[in-house]
Design a protein around this ligand. Structure first.
Ligand SMILES: [Ca+2]
Ligand SMILES: [Ca+2]
Length: 509
């Protein structure tokens, strides 16, 4: 089974992660080393102290203030403490497999304008995948949220088998989880066992559900009577759009079953002691900048939809996506959920965004995201597509988005192509290392764009239950397109199995 194989492969990969050599230099020589992001502060009349940690839930009624003018962009550093020592029950652990698969490490240069090089090495190790904290140095917890300076940071873009987001930022025993999506099955069978490998203290210090779509939320719930991402772990702080902005609503305006289930699971965590903030609470209380360690900060980025309640007339839930900037040493990561054009315009208007090293391409690489207004500001060196179109109809990533990104990006990864994608950075090293569970060579846009008409033709076959000239023509068209591709291009046709299945079915009818 594909999913199981991926997990097992990745566990093995983790065994030698710390021993890998990194070979790709990213040159930060020209960059301003000072903190590059500033958010507009909404003037707040209820400015709670940042040390206000014991409150489980801030009032959602705090006055909604006007968004201040974007001309006054200052950065406020605030720290806040999240505290949750509740331990949730965890009954299972990921099993290991006797199947041994070697993994490879590829590094790519993002300082070069040419296509990335691929240097591959194979290695294996029996060392523990856990972070060695013995070399960590202690820091003042009155200043920082975490009590150590770790030797490395890993950002995991988890492959969910379907398009969807679940991103783990792993810094020793401090973890941030952005979304737990895909679907309920992915939550229980992929995300939970994956996280257990890296959340050794069973507590995720911060989780952010960017918005209430299934592919970003369902994993928190998980399968019935099994662990989902909420039930499997304890949480320091939970942030989401909140009531009135969470909108998997039915036509009659009620919350969907999934939203109701998410709320129940989240509220159970709050009852256990987790701190909960809506994204408006974050800005109303000046909690947007989280100083985790001297070399690590997470900043919530303001955009206007945080303050616009969901209605029938503003019913694109993607607009509500919570956006964050992660800064580790000089490295900068941007996460924008499924934000689309109007949200991106607001994001750019309200924040002085720095150039970004690693950009999770908005909305899985959809044409609706990564618009010029954003891309021209952040100039992403590396773009990652959390896209796995097997079984869906969205055909992410879209060539239009790739075209815009390609003005700046020199390296790409895609979850359907690479599997789990782990970006590793080490303390005091100016290199980014990428390790993937399926294949380490980066995603190349030339063969992808060349095969895209084939991907579209296969998707266009659709479902059928009887023979017809129309169906046969679609199958033959897709087969002809596929057969004309080069071997390399064929590797990018993620829905080829659908074509095989369609042909077999048609011949049997
Ligand atoms: Ca960890
Ligand atoms: Ca932790």
């Amino acid at each position: 089974m594909k999913v199981t194989k991926k997990i097992l492969t990745f566990l093995l990969l983790g065994l030698f992660l710390s021993s890998c050599d990194f070979r790709i230099e990213i040159d930060f020589g020209d960059e301003d080393s000072t903190t590059a992001v500033s958010s507009d502060k909404k003037s707040s009349s209820s400015s709670k102290s940042s040390s206000n940690s014991s409150t489980n839930k801030l009032s959602s009624d705090s006055s909604k203030n006007n968004n201040s003018s974007s001309t006054n962009k200052t950065s406020t550093s605030s720290t806040n403490k999240s505290s949750s020592t509740t331990t949730s029950n965890s009954t299972t652990t990921t099993s290991s497999s006797s199947k041994q698969e070697s993994s490879s490490t590829t590094t790519t240069s993002s300082s070069s304008s040419s296509s990335s090089s691929t240097e591959t090495s194979t290695s294996s190790s029996t060392s523990s995948p856990s972070v060695d904290s013995s070399s960590s140095s202690s820091v003042d917890t009155n200043t920082y949220l975490y009590d150590k300076v770790e030797e490395e940071l890993n950002v995991h873009y988890i492959d969910l088998g379907v398009s969807g987001d679940s991103i783990l930022i792993d810094y020793g025993n401090y973890e941030i989880l952005i979304d737990a999506g895909g679907n309920k099955t992915a939550g229980t069978n992929i995300i939970v066992p994956y996280l257990r490998e890296y959340v050794e203290d069973n507590t995720i210090e911060l989780t952010i559900n960017t918005h209430g779509h299934e592919d970003h939320m369902a994993g928190y719930v998980g399968l019935a009577n099994k662990d989902g991402v909420f039930s499997a772990f304890s949480y320091g702080t939970i942030v989401d759009p909140g009531e009135g902005y969470e909108n998997l609503k039915n036509n009659n305006g009620d919350l969907t079953d999934l939203q109701v289930q998410y709320n129940e699971k989240r509220d159970a965590k709050i009852a256990e002691g987790s701190t909960y903030y809506t994204i408006r609470d974050i800005f109303d209380n000046n909690l947007e900048r989280w100083t985790i360690a001297p070399d690590l900060t997470l900043t919530f980025l303001y955009q206007k939809y945080y303050d616009i309640p969901y209605t029938k007339t503003s019913q694109n839930l993607n607009d509500y996506s919570i956006c964050t900037l992660l800064e580790y040493q000089d490295f900068k990561f941007l996460f924008t959920g499924d934000l689309e054009k109007k949200g991106e315009e607001s994001l750019v208007e309200n924040n002085e965004l720095p150039e970004i090293d690693v950009y999770k391409a908005g909305h899985h690489g959809s044409d609706t995201a990564s618009n010029d207004c954003l891309v021209d500001m952040i100039k992403p060196k590396m773009s990652i597509f959390t896209a796995d179109s097997l079984g869906d109809t969205y055909k992410f990533p879209h060539p239009e988005a790739i075209d815009r990104l390609s003005k700046y990006s020199t390296t790409y990864y895609a979850s359907y192509f690479n599997g789990h994608i782990v970006v590793n950075m080490k303390k005091d090293e100016k290199t980014i290392n990428v390790n993937c569970s399926d294949r380490n060579d980066s995603f190349k846009i030339e063969p992808y764009l060349a095969c895209y008409p084939t991907i579209e033709a296969i998707a266009a076959i659709g479902s059928f239950s009887s023979k017809s000239d129309a169906v046969l023509q679609k199958i033959e068209t897709a087969e002809a397109l596929y057969s004309a591709l080069t071997t390399e291009q064929k590797e990018y046709v993620y829905n080829y199995s659908k074509l095989v299945t369609a042909r077999e079915k048609y011949d049997k009818l």
